[in-house]
Design a protein around this ligand. Sequence first.
Ligand code: 13P
Length: 248
Amino acid sequence: MRKPLIAGNWKMFKTTAEAEAFAVEFKELYHGTDVGAAICAPFTQLLALKKAFEGTDVKLGAQNMHFEDEGAFTGEVSAGMLKEIGVDYCIIGHSERRQYFAETDETVNKKIIKAFSAGITPIMCIGEVLEERDAGKAFEVVKKQLEGGLLGISAGLAAKLVIAYEPVWAIGTGRNATPQQANEMCAFIRKLLEEMYTGEVSDEVVIQYGGSVKPANATDIMNMEEIDGALVGGASLKAKDFMEIINF
Ligand code: 13P
């Protein structure tokens, strides 16, 4: 049975000193949880956080990686490098990377394959932009992203995936999808996974919602049948807020 995962996506926020201060505050508040908790931090903060969270079950995630093992790719970091320092998860294909760094379903697919081969669990992000939702194309767009991103991925690996449904219009806008809208899309994703693989696979995949999740709306979102957790941006930067979401 799948276990929900609440992951913080710090984006390009926090210095190492700030990350360490967060960890001190967070550990004072954290006494374990039935859901999984993870922080996806900038590369330069990962090692410090790994040390800071030693002895706890808080997992560590990166926000991006390259799909090759090594090579002349200035500025990039490989899955093996992340694994070496104890990274558990990697966000792949976040809408900000698709928008500002030209990521496509094809690069997302290559990264997912590489993450799995390095022993890192991908948190695959999919979601439509506002114009697509308004044009009634949200489901079509999400289907294309899901199928493109998972091309050639075996059922055995797909079952280990984390998928984050993040409608782009709800990210950082304060305008979250209603729990019903989020649940409807997560149910649609699970149905697609069943068609692409099997019911057993689709039952295993953790499907998160992301987009303006905060303490005030976490309970309503987390109580939805098809939603197995959250990918939290802004509200994960404050230890107290993130903890409230984990304890929804
Ligand atoms: P916010 O929670 O700040 O809307 O960000 C969501 C997000 O992009 C998580 O990956």
